[in-house]
Design a protein around this ligand. Structure first.
Ligand code: NAD
Length: 253
């Protein structure tokens, strides 16, 4: 495989499963040293242990400022620097009609998905400044960043919000050699849907929804990881402030 990330150090949040784990594997296969960050410490250790290159697992809650500082400090302790960030950790919350949404659910979803991304972006910029380097950041947004649905308002609010963080950071980062972009996945069967009370993690419900996608199927974590690693790589050296949909055409139907 082409090794676009030789001598680069990458942090991937939410890398204990799904899209983040696939990005960690792709970055590692292409030469990066990878810091696998997840709230689920065992999952992070499991993914890190299976990577082909240098790896470090860190248990952290991305919604907490001190955890964000701690995973960056661990990365620097181990690898000396950080070049690339995939800010990907997220939760879906519960599928509720608008009048039934609990404030606690709204706050938790926004804390992980939006505040967590803000903390990750701010931490990345502080790290680049300390290193005197540029870098690249990719945020996992969603098809839910681009339109609404009838039962996922906290998730959609948080995912619309991350595009604001991405665009502001891209403007700020441009002159400093820091590119900030987002991917907007469509439906990808992962652990995200477990326990959400809506789309079930596997089986009929996802297959039925997949059949409505123009490409007539759901996506894979690897297909999203391919877009993330493109945006993190020098192949995207003049791409900044962009949202790349990876959704089989869903965004426009
Ligand atoms: P996933 O549940 O398989 O992976 C998410 C990971 O994030 C899990 O390992 C989880 O432990 C971790 N996590 C959750 N809260 C955390 C926290 N506070 N701190 C650190 N880690 C935390 O799901 P996925 O589908 O791979 O989701 C990855 C990202 O992709 C999410 O941001 C999600 O919103 C986004 N996304 C997913 C889909 C999809 O259909 N699967 C579509 C669009 C966007």
């Amino acid at each position: 495989m082409h090794r676009r990330f030789e001598d680069r150090v990458a942090v991937v949040t939410g890398a204990g499963s799904g899209i983040g784990a696939a990005t960690a594997r792709r970055l590692s296969a292409e030469g990066a040293s990878v810091v696998v960050v997840d709230l689920a410490g065992d999952a992070a250790r499991h993914v890190a242990a299976a990577l082909p290159g240098p790896a470090l697992a860190v248990q952290a809650d991305v919604s907490r400022e001190e955890d964000t500082e701690a995973y960056l400090a661990s990365a620097v302790d181990r690898f000396g620097r950080v070049d690339l960030h995939h800010l990907n950790a997220g939760v879906i919350g519960t599928f509720d009609r608008l009048p039934d949404i609990a404030i606690e659910d709204f706050d938790r979803v926004v804390a992980v998905n939006l505040r967590g991304v803000f903390l990750g972006v701010r931490g990345a910029f502080r790290r680049y400044a300390a290193q005197g380097s540029g870098g690249a950041i990719v945020i996992t947004a969603s098809i839910a960043s681009l339109r609404g649905s009838h039962d996922l308002l906290p998730y959609e609010s948080s995912k619309h919000g991350v595009l604001g963080v991405m665009r502001g950071a891209a403007m700020y980062g441009g002159p400093q050699g820091v590119r900030v972009n987002a991917v907007a996945p469509g439906l990808v069967p992962t652990g995200l849907f477990a326990g959400s009370g809506g789309v079930s993690g596997a089986g009929d419900d996802l297959a039925r929804r997949g059949a409505t996608v123009p490409q007539r199927r759901t996506g894979t974590p690897e297909e999203v990881a391919a877009a993330v690693t493109y945006l993190l790589s020098d192949d995207a050296s003049y791409v900044n402030g962009e949202v790349l949909s990876v959704d089989g055409g869903s965004a426009w139907v």
